[in-house]
Every structure is written in structure tokens, then in C-alpha cells.
Design a protein around this ligand. Sequence first.
Ligand SMILES: *Cc1c(COP(=O)(O)O)cnc(C)c1O
Length: 474
Amino acid sequence: MSLDPEDWSAFRRTAHSMLDAAIDHVAYVRQDPLWREPEKFSDRDVDIPLRPTEFDAVCRQFRKHILPFGSGNIHPGFMGWVQGAGTPYGIIAELLAAAMNLNCGGRNHIGIRLEEELVSWMQSLFGFPESSRGLFLSGASQANFVALLCARTRAMGLESRVRGTTGLGRKLTAYASREVHGCVSRAMEMAGLGSENLRFIGVDECYSINLRELGDSIEKDRANGDIPFLLIGSAGTVNTGAIDDLDALANIAAKEKLWFHVDGALGAFCVASSMLKPKFNGIHRADSLAFDFHKWAHVPYDAGFLLTRDRLSQDTTFGSELAYLSRNHRGLAAGDWWPTDSGPDLSRGFRALKTWFTLKTLGIEAIGQSIEKNCQSAQRLARLIDECPDLERLAPVTLNIFCFRFRSAESDHINRRLVEALHVEGKFAPSSTMIDGVFAIRAAILNHRTIDDDIDRFVRSVLDHGRRICGTAS
Ligand SMILES: *Cc1c(COP(=O)(O)O)cnc(C)c1O
């Protein structure tokens, strides 16, 4: 029994109206609340649907009960965490990708070709050699994990895939600043190397890795008989947007014979701006670079990416010969490169399409300019906050992230409530973090829809809520 609609023209009418709903959702996003509490689905809707529902009715349910209750990140007032805002071009790309429904694990079709095209664009953007390898993954967490596995294979040889590393009697140790993203610890755990073997190195006043402490730590581990294998630089930390000295880290990695990985999830795309690019000097020297198209390049979720300098490193880490995946010389089962040989996934969606649509339509320069604008907004926010006696800056602004707090007694408690109140109000959504043991309101300005007026109104809103919560409203 075919599952296609019986009446294609009725389907087409409803489908067109849903396309309009999708476009309206983005075009008029500023008029909607950033966030509202999602309703509980009624009991009837929770039951698994054994019988069909009219497509029209399903669409109506979607518009009423699902569409308005998103996570806010397309809204110009969203400054929480580090999340991309998407673009309308992404809507169309996702629609078309679903129509093609490619499985991009391998075989001989345009999905693989387009992914290769994206790899070559990224080689040129980041100054990687043509011989390097690239691959879409769900996000930078996965990309960092895959890079770590490649580094392990290089350090311990192909054999480590079969025998593991537990019988070694020596520990593989990795190095990163204490500001490194939590997914790196988790990657050590998932790889079976143990998060206690990730050395957290202290930072300087800009929250970048302290190079002297790094050298000392490597030396100490070697003296202990451990095997230092991986150095991770942050190109934009999640707490404050700090950038490690990537060129200096590349030198240290070369001298110590470590795999040099850069986590560029947040910041790597800044190289699209000629103004910001110098801050990332040395990024092209990495053995591997993880980044996200779904953050500052605004490709719809999800679209992470990994570049590795040595084309074979991913293939020796993941490649296998399975009879049911054997290759032919011609036809659909041909093809030089099957992404499943370079990463953990077999079935993979067509992430290259939405990325191709977005980058091609906008151009890298426009993306760079929108990133610059976000960084200027963070500077504006910093100025406004410095001018206001009720507010206090908590960390320097390197890129687009600004950490501050409302001054008060019981500051941590008050500021936590302040962030909650802002979220519930649904106009602005900063997130929070701890800076040197202090609760901080964290504004990560990443949204290409955020304008100066949003920044100004955000500060007023923070003041209003802060004063009200402290009971000092005049
Ligand atoms: C977001 C982020 C990650 C994790 O990336 P995902 O795409 O969410 O998996 C890692 N590192 C940094 C610096 C990030 O900002």
C-alpha cells in the first residue's frame, strides 16, 4: 500500500498554505513573544495514532499547538547560549532536502558531490590544504569527539581500534584550557580515555590558555610516563568568547608532537570577516578543526563540521570493509568517497544542501558582516553597562559574548531570578554562567536580526527587572 496522498491537489493546497505559515513565522518573528510555556498535549494527542488523521487537521494542530512554542532562537531578543537564528533560505533547503530524501552515508549521487564541494569551500575559507578531509556531523560536540578519535589512532596506531587502549598501562593525556567546552571532557569519556586525563590548563586575564602552564603540564606528564597526544585550542570559548593563541599552540603541538585540534564551534566562522580574521591567526595550522554551520553561519539545525588536515586520519579511524557496503566501479554503488568511512554514521541526512543554499545565497562576506555587527552590538552592550552604576561587567569582551550582573546583595540569587523573569516575560533571553565563581548574566549576541535598539531595550529591561526584584523600584 502506498503511503502517498490519494488526492495530490488537495495535498498541494494544504502544503502551499503551510509554506506560507513557515515564511510568516520567520518574517513576523519580531511581533511574536520570544518564548511561551508549551502547552501539554491533551491526552488524546499523546496516544500513539493507530488510525490516520486528515493531513489538513494535522497541519492545523501543528499551527496551533507546536509552531508558537519554539525555543526562541530565531527571535532578535534571543541572546542565550550560543545558537544560530536560521534564515528563510534554510526553510526552502530543508523542504527540498526532504523531497530528495538522500541518504548521504555513501554511494554515487549528488549528495556526496555537494558535500565534497562544501569541503573544498571550507578548505579555502580556513586555509586548509586540498588534500584535507571534511565531513558533516550533527554538531561540534560530535566533531570534537571524532577529532579526538583520529588523534588517538595517530598516537596509538591502527591497532588501537582493535585492542583498545586500556591494556597499555600508560595514559593518553590531552590538554585544553579550563574554559574549554564541556563536550571535550565528554569526548574523553566516550572514547574510553577518561575525563581525568584531560588536563585543564589555567587562563590569562583574557581567559585564553596560559602557555607556560601548558608547557609545564606536558612536561610533568611525560616525566610520569604518560603519553601526551592531543592539544585543543579554543577559537571562541563558550563562557566569554575568548580565543586561545592558536599560532603559539600550533608551535607547541609541533614541538611536542601532539595532534593540534581547534574547537571553532562558536568562533571559527569569524574568519569570514577580514576585521576579525587576524584574531584567529594559526587556525590553518590545526590538524583538525571542528565548527558549526548552525551557529554563526545560520544554517538550520543541525550542521556541524570537521576538517582534518591528513585525509587518511579519518579513514584509518573509521574505514571498514563490509560485504553489504561493497563498492562497484560504475553506477549507484560506485564513488571514491563514502562519508561512512570517515565518521561514525552510516545513514546521514543531506546537511550539505541547506549549507550550500545558505552560503551560496548570502555569500561569505555578508555572513562576515553580520558577525561583525554582532560583535559591535556586544561592545555597545558593554558600554551601556559600564555607564550604569547598577550593573557590573564580569569579563572582557573578545567577540560577541558579554557577561555582567546586576549589583546587589545576594547577587547570585537576584541575578538568577532576573534571568528567569526575563525568560518568562518573553522579550529577551540571555543565559547565565559562572565567571570566577560568580553567577553571571551572559548575553551571546549571535542573531543577525538583533539591532542596536534591541540592545538598548535589553539593558532597560534588565534594570527594570533587577530593581523590581530587589524591591528598589522607584
Ligand atoms: C556550541 C559549542 C560546542 C558544542 O557544539 P554543538 O554543535 O552544540 O554540539 C562546542 N564548543 C563550543 C565552543 C561551542 O560553542
